[in-house]
Design a protein around this ligand. Structure first.
Ligand code: EPZ
Length: 426
């Protein structure tokens, strides 16, 4: 199993290209099931999760081909054609590896009137039920049963548009409901929906495919269903979590980075808090520029919230940053119930953190020291990379496959900016 070795203490200087967003790309790939024509997606990141979604689409019978980049495109480009779908079943083996597989439920049901998707099961960061996905689809007329670990959804006469208010905000349930409503008969009004940039990106792609969607980015989305959707071309938005991670990498190493392609509008709250903590972040003509303001970092409190609040996917990285600040910070996680798995690993590097329920009190200090640590999930693992970049001595990160799910060429991007980091292949 691969490991990553970091020799810490080197500030990062230079330019980094931000990749396409993993969490935008996954629902966009699932949306290809909604049409028999070709959906061409560009700016896809080369990541394990994207490969998993590709495998799932192929298992269903879709044809997925990587094609050369054309003028105006970047990243990986896939053409997905779901005319020959032969199965409506997403098997346990694939779903357990990647929970986002559940995003094929809405599209399969909307286009074929039936779907069978394995229940995802437990996850390192929380129980993560899918009840809201199912409730929204039931409101559109789906009959849903759970049998032998599988969600069986049927709508033999097709789905019908519905008024549905989500009792709590869910990114994935909003995406499933939007994709289903795009082909349902009549109008749907989805209330208390997620407002993440990934939702707006999905709406743009659905509209390019012929759907009628209004209100994405606000808390109410209206969709007038159409009889069929057609092919389209769509470029995935930049990854705001990757960009936010590199903002913190610059801050923790006292470096100076330019992040090409990063979007200020996707990161307003994290940037506000980073500024409060003692960094300067400015918009440039092609991204963001980040460096420390004069002086040390200062302890700053954070609470995770749905967008436009501070993203839970940046919480672990911010905690790593705060371990090196002057003073204390209180970090409160409100989205997932078990997202402090990085804390015991940060302790091994000398951090001073006390967890009380959903809050962690971080007492900042001068130095972290390198250690052998273990990744437990994607964002926890990158927080250990950040800590390793700032620490004195060597850090070895185990279970790098978590990192490979969500950070494209991270060692190469960091090494190009002066980090001493290398992958040790077993
Ligand atoms: C998405 O997960 C992201 N994944 C996650 O990123 C991210 O952490 C999360 O949104 C929150 O921003 C993708 O986009 C592929 P939710 P998702 O449904 O859609 C509860 C990463 O590191 N809930 O918004 O699964 C749930 O348990 C990953 O890249 C229900 O109770 O998240 C959680 O507490 C990790 N019932 C809260 O809602 C449901 O039916 C928000 O979850 C659905 C969710």
């Amino acid at each position: 199993m691969d490991r990553i070795l970091i020799r810490g203490g080197r500030p990062l200087f230079g330019d980094i290209d931000i990749s396409g967003s993993k969490n935008a790309a996954l629902p966009l790939m699932a949306a290809a099931i909604l049409t028999s024509e070709t959906l061409r997606l560009s700016n896809l990141p080369r990541l394990a999760d994207i490969a998993s979604m590709r495998r799932l689409l192929e298992t269903l019978g879709a044809e997925v081909v990587e094609v050369p980049v054309e003028d105006g495109e970047k990243g990986m480009v896939l053409e997905i054609q779901a005319s020959g779908v032969k199965s409506i079943r997403a098997p346990y083996d694939l779903v357990r590896k990647m929970r986002a597989s559940v995003l094929v439920l809405g599209p399969l049901l909307a286009r074929f009137g039936q779907a069978e998707v394995s229940l995802p099961g437990g996850c390192a960061i929380g129980t993560r039920p899918v009840d809201l996905h199912l409730k929204a689809l039931e409101a559109m007329g789906a009959q849903i049963t759970i049998e032998a670990g599988y969600i069986r959804a049927e709508a033999p006469e097709g789905l019908t548009g519905a008024d549905f208010a989500f009792p709590l905000v869910s990114v994935g349930a909003t995406e499933n409901a939007m994709m289903a409503a795009a082909l349902a008969a009549g109008e749907s009004r989805l209330v208390n929906v997620a407002r993440e940039p990934e939702i707006s990106d999905l709406a743009h792609c659905l509209v390019a495919m012929g759907a009628q969607v209004e209100g994405a980015g606000s808390d109410t989305i209206r969709i007038r269903g159409v009889g069929s959707l057609h092919g389209a071309r769509h470029a995935v938005i930049p990854d705001r979590i990757e960009a936010g991670t590199f903002l913190m990498a610059a801050a923790i190493t006292d470096g100076d980075l330019r992040l090409r392609g990063a979007e200020m509008a996707h990161l307003e709250r994290p940037i506000e808090l980073l500024r409060r903590a003692g960094t300067t972040v400015e918009e440039t003509n092609n991204g963001l520029h980040v460096k420390r303001t004069n002086g040390p970092l200062v302890g700053t409190d954070v609470m995770t919230e749905a967008f436009p609040g501070f993203a839970t996917d940046l919480q672990a990285q911010f905690m790593a940053l705060m371990t090196t600040a002057t003073g204390a910070s209180m970090i409160t996680e409100t989205i997932f119930e078990n997202r402090f798995m990085h804390v015991p690993e940060l302790h091994r590097m000398g951090a001073n953190i006390t967890v009380h329920g959903a809050s962690a009190l971080v007492r900042g200090q001068q130095k972290l020291t390198g250690a052998e640590v273990m990744a437990t999930d994607l964002r926890a693992s990158v927080s250990l990379v950040l800590a390793g970049l700032a620490a004195e001595g060597e850090t070895v990160l185990n279970r790098v496959y978590h990192l490979d799910r969500g950070y494209e060429r991270i060692e190469a991007k960091l090494a190009a900016c002066g980090a001493e980091i290398e992958r040790l292949t077993a």
